[in-house]
Design a binder for this molecule. Structure first.
Ligand code: ADP
Length: 472
């Protein structure tokens, strides 16, 4: 099959979260299965591997009355072809998102992807879109491109990585930017809660909708998790699939990870504790290989259950335990952490930044990994932790529920610890139970073994995607 993916981020080029990890590894899994996969993304100012890019072509894009330049660059990595869409007005800025004109920037990108297909004469069986930034490709394809013979017979797949971000915009953009009839708004196709809603467009206009875990696929049909789109998803329930993400086994590998002080596997697990002590030194904690060390690596946003951590941090600090947090994001949450930063020297280390190397050393050097998310479409951090023998403590939601099996001390089964209700006392209770298990080395080694031998790679999930693609 010829698969083209449109995405706003992709590792190793540019990353803000799990979407980049997914689009960084799923195409390679498709290629290894004998399929052809091309990925298209914007050429941001912060893009890495720039030196590998070659110029291909350029053409114009029309966004309503605006005529915009579109340059195309390319490179190939591990059998996957990448195209980068270059427009300095829209993408030559620091970071990825959060600009006032994001709607316009990604509208431009959506047109650029569709135009690329005919300009480069790409043969496409599946056009795979990810999240709101590329959602409007589906309505644009059906309304503007599909009648052109060159574009006929392309099947559209839309993957929801996070339904909380939907691409909500002023109704006038439907016509003035996307050049679509106003009736698509008034009829409700692109309208939700009296607002233009791009994700709704993708849900209605795609052949298949997928999301990143089976539990999240169920959750987003409910009022609690559907973020206002549950009724629309209910209409498309027959075409909605939940496929659990995997992690990249090459980059997330404790036996080869260059960020670690000493590489290790299950047979050389003692080396994990060399990493632990080095991490304690790096982040200013008391160096002690026996004290339980809890890690947190997260975007700092309300979704990640950060408020539960803040609620219980003082209680947690009464225990014989250390905590290292690596997080960047909401200014207010960063401020709240900054206020407690001075209180527990040697015991609590707060690192308010984005740091890939440190994230690897936290996965490698900690004993436990805390991820009490309010909702979690899939979550990759808990899987990375498990691969490095760091035991996840999670809330049972979305992909956390699907990837972490609660430990059973009697049967010695399970890969982590979990709690159901979004409640900080329940979280604290489970942390206490994990600490009790940690004190029993026999139990703890069983959990580590279970976690490190769990299969978390992409193989099964990639096969599921392909069988769904084949069906349509
Ligand atoms: P989300 O996509 O919602 O942010 P995931 O768990 O799916 O959550 O993926 C998060 C990814 O981003 C992981 O690879 C994690 O290691 C990384 N990450 C998150 N915050 C940071 C940070 N402050 N520094 C380095 N890496 C981070």
């Amino acid at each position: 099959m010829k698969i083209v993916m449109a995405t706003s981020e992709c590792a190793p080029f540019i990353k803000s979260g799990g979407l980049a990890d997914v689009v960084g590894s799923l195409p390679q899994a498709f290629v290894e299965m004998g399929h052809d996969c091309t990925v298209v993304l914007p050429l941001y100012a912060d893009l890495k591997c720039r030196e590998d890019l070659e110029y291909v072509t350029s053409y114009d894009i029309y966004l309503g009355w605006r005529k915009k330049h579109c340059g195309v660059f390319t490179c190939e990595k591990n059998g996957v072809r990448f195209y980068f869409i270059d427009n300095e007005e829209y993408f030559k800025r620091p970071g990825l998102y959060g600009y006032d004109d994001d709607n316009l920037r990604y509208a431009y990108f959506d047109f650029a992807v569709l135009e690329l297909i005919s300009h480069l004469q790409l043969e496409v069986n599946i056009l795979h879109m990810h999240d709101w930034q590329t959602a409007m490709i589906a309505p644009l394809y059906r309304e503007k491109y599909s009648m052109h013979p060159y574009y006929a017979n392309i099947k559209l797949v839309f993957t929801i990585h996070n339904i909380a971000y939907q691409g909500k915009a002023a109704p006038s953009l439907v016509q003035s930017v996307f050049g679509l009839s106003e009736s698509l708004y008034t009829s409700g196709n692109l309208r939700n809660d009296d607002c233009f809603n791009m994700m709704k467009g993708a849900i209605l206009y795609s052949d298949i909708i997928t999301t990143v875990s089976p539990t999240y696929a169920q959750e987003i049909l409910t009022n609690e998790y559907g973020e206002g789109l549950q009724h629309i998803l209910e209409l498309r329930k027959g075409d909605l699939y939940g496929i659990l993400n995997g992690i990249d086994y090459v980059t997330n590998n404790p036996t080869t990870d260059p960020a670690l002080v000493e590489n290790f596997d299950l047979a050389t697990i003692e080396s994990k504790y060399v990493n632990k002590v080095a991490l304690q030194k790096e982040v200013g904690l008391v160096e002690d290989k026996d004290i339980p060390l809890i890690g947190i690596v997260t975007r700092l946003t309300w979704q990640k259950g950060v408020s539960l951590i803040l609620e219980q941090i003082h209680t947690l600090m009464e225990r014989d335990v250390q905590v290292v947090l690596l997080g960047a994001g909401d200014f207010e949450l960063e401020q709240q952490f900054n206020q407690i930063d001075w209180m527990y020297p040697g015991k609590l280390s707060l690192n308010m930044k984005y740091d890939f190397g440190l994230s690897c050393r936290i996965y490698g050097g900690c004993d436990m990994f805390l991820m009490p998310s309010l909702f979690e479409p899939c979550g990759l951090s808990q899987m990375m932790s498990m691969r490095y023998g760091t035991i996840p403590i999670v809330r049972e939601t979305g992909g956390l529920k699907d990837s972490v099996t609660p430990y059973n001390e009697f049967e010695k089964t399970g890969t982590g610890f979990s709690f159901t209700n979004y409640n900080s006392y329940d979280m604290m209770h489970v942390i206490d139970y994990a600490l009790e298990m940690y004190d029993d080395k026999d139990q703890w080694n069983s959990i580590i073994e279970n976690a490190m031998t769990t299969n978390l790679d992409w193989n099964e999930s990639a096969k599921t995607y392909i069988s769904i693609f084949e069906n349509i």
